[in-house]
Ligand binder design. Structure first.
Ligand code: TNX
Length: 553
């Protein structure tokens, strides 16, 4: 029988019998998806008592059926990677890399199947799991992750990681036991597009810092890494036909630091690394505004032929490409061609936000031609939602970053575009802009969209967020992180954690699992895991962190 998710309406019927046990489950952080409607009180109690309850995972799995003996990792455990042309093996090696330092076990990865150990199975005929779904079955002697496609197997491995004790994430030897609660998880995503964006322009981040963020986001089943490669303060990718973009335009950053840029080889290394974590890279070259770094690098790109100085402040909306000059379109063609050639993913993001110094007519002219160029080089257009004020091409994706003070007219423009077939990625600034301050006391970050505490960040529904937009127009959710105030990985950590896992859950988990009171308990359980990974996260008072995480005993 296929396990199924509890409907909240099913709970009241069973309530008198289950109340006591459910309280135990809630205390243990099991989501509402964990208890099948027909589960007996005894079964549910067993969940609460189980080691690391099976449903205590972020994003919440679509379906969890706890039961049976736990699986226990031993020094003799093998990782059996079966099926697929090397993918299962690579994912097995990745998992072994995570588990070996803390367990101290050898965990050999083998392609030989067998009934015991950690079994990672790629089986195209597994059924109904799609491109990214998986099942995980844990019991005495084995834990088996099955998927039809490699991405699903990888996501299942992330679930397995979270089912082990948090100290498994440490990079030094820890004491066991290493148990995985018994039962079965069947899990597929709600949205196909689950993104995180990093602004490497306002402050530049090294390849290693970017890889660290990629590793972090991949743990929460995010599948798209959007990299904001150009802005007023810095151009961050080498372009052979316009070399000064990087060498001069990339030579500084906000507050006048040294900036930097990725060589083509380094950018490809980022793309490859992201691919190894089943993330698709979306490169963004912002236009026609947010272009001061380019305008400073080539006088010719300016309408008046005069290059402005490099810019190290944090204002927006003052720069513009010149719609009336042919060289503008040569520039766009060259840049899109070169960056697209380095990027295997489907999308190319052309920005389009905050073009306050571009007339409407010029904006439409530039965005129309830029979209054609993106199509010519085989990519799908993405743009910030202002693109809906021009003429989005068929198939274009608009990224909505409005917030509670966005005008009804601006919203309506996006809704109308969605009704006409433009797909939407939702990044409401007052929910999932990870650079917004949590409270007035937050040292880093901005607050133009308001303060965004952890609950506010989590508590909304992407399916109904933009009233009037067809639910089917929503391709997914993305959490951007802008870097005006952020200079290194520790700063990213402080803003992304703990909000990033919530954004990932909105994008992955079925709406039926959405429940702040349940979520905050699962999130609290991640605290020790963040710490084990060296992430100094914001200890939001809204979340019941373990005392050991908040300086208590
Ligand atoms: C708005 S949202 C911007 C960025 C800033 C960000 C800071 C959007 C598409 N543009 O240029 O970095 O706010 O939060």
């Amino acid at each position: 029988m296929r396990p199924h998710t509890v409907r909240r309406s099913a709970l009241p019927r069973a309530l008198p019998r289950l109340l006591g046990s459910l309280l135990l489950v809630a205390a243990a952080g099991v989501s509402s998806a964990c208890a099948a409607p027909e589960a007996s009180a005894a079964q549910v109690t067993a969940v609460a008592a189980a080691p690391g309850p099976l449903g205590r995972v972020v994003p919440a799995p679509a379906s969890v059926r706890p039961g049976g003996a736990p699986y226990v990792l031993t020094p003799a455990t093998r990782i059996r990677a079966v099926g697929g042309a090397g993918d299962a093996r690579r994912i097995g090696d990745y998992l072994a890399g995570v588990l070996r330092p803390s367990t101290g076990y050898a965990l050999p990865v083998t392609r030989n199947d067998g009934a015991d150990g950690i079994r990672l199975r790629l089986d195209p005929s597994a059924g109904e799991l799609g491109a990214e779904g998986y099942t995980l079955t844990s019991g005495r002697g084995s834990v088996t992750v099955t998927a039809e496609q490699p991405a699903g197997l990888f996501h299942g491995v992330q679930t397995l990681r979270q089912l082990l004790p948090p100290r498994v994430e440490r990079d030094t030897r820890q004491k066991g036991p290493w148990r995985v609660a018994g039962g079965t998880i069947t899990d597929t995503p709600r949205y196909a597009y689950r993104g995180a964006m990093l602004d490497v322009s306002r402050h530049f981040f090294s390849v290693d810092e970017v890889k660290r963020y990629i590793d972090q986001i991949a743990q929460y089943k995010i599948n798209t890494f959007h990299i904001h490669l150009s802005d007023d303060q810095g151009w961050r990718i080498a372009v052979d036909s316009w070399p000064r973009l990087a060498t001069y335009g990339g030579s500084t950053e906000v507050d006048g630091g040294p900036g930097g840029y990725y060589t083509k080889a380094q950018y490809q290394e980022i793309v490859r690394y992201a691919g190894s974590r089943y993330l698709e890279v979306v490169p963004e070259i912002d236009m026609p505004g947010h272009t001061n770094a380019a305008l400073a690098s080539y006088a010719d790109l300016n309408c008046d032929g005069v290059a402005p100085p490099l810019y190290t402040g944090t204002k927006v909306g003052f720069s513009s490409l010149c719609a009336g000059k042919d060289v503008t379109y040569d520039f766009i063609d060259d840049v899109v061609r070169e960056v697209a050639a380095l990027t295997p993913g489907r999308y190319f993001h052309i920005g389009g936000d905050e073009a306050h110094s571009t007339s409407h007519q010029d904006y439409v002219a530039i965005m129309t031609r830029a979209q054609a160029v993106v199509g010519k080089y085989g990519k799908t257009v993405m743009g910030w939602h202002q693109l809906t004020g021009a003429d989005p091409v068929a198939g274009a994706v608009a990224q909505y970053w409005g917030y509670d003070r966005t005008s009804a007219a601006d919203r309506q423009q996006v809704v109308d575009a969605a009704k006409n077939g433009t797909r939407l990625v939702l990044s409401p600034a007052d929910r999932v802009y990870l650079d917004m301050k949590y409270t007035d006391q937050t040292e880093l970050g901005l607050k133009w969209a308001g303060l965004v505490e952890v609950r506010r960040s989590y508590d909304w529904d992407p399916g109904t967020y933009l009233t009037g937009a067809p639910e089917s127009s929503v391709l997914g959710v993305e959490a951007p992180i802008w870097s005006e105030t952020l200079t290194d990985s520790a700063d990213i950590d402080a803003m992304a954690f703990p909000r990033l896992p919530g954004a990932a859950e909105l994008a992955w988990s079925p709406a039926s699992t959405h429940d702040w009171d349940m979520y905050k308990v699962r999130l609290a359980a991640l605290g020790e895991r963040f710490t084990a990974q060296g992430i100094d996260y914001y200890r939001s008072p809204q979340v019941p962190w373990p005392a050991s995480e908040t300086g208590g005993s």
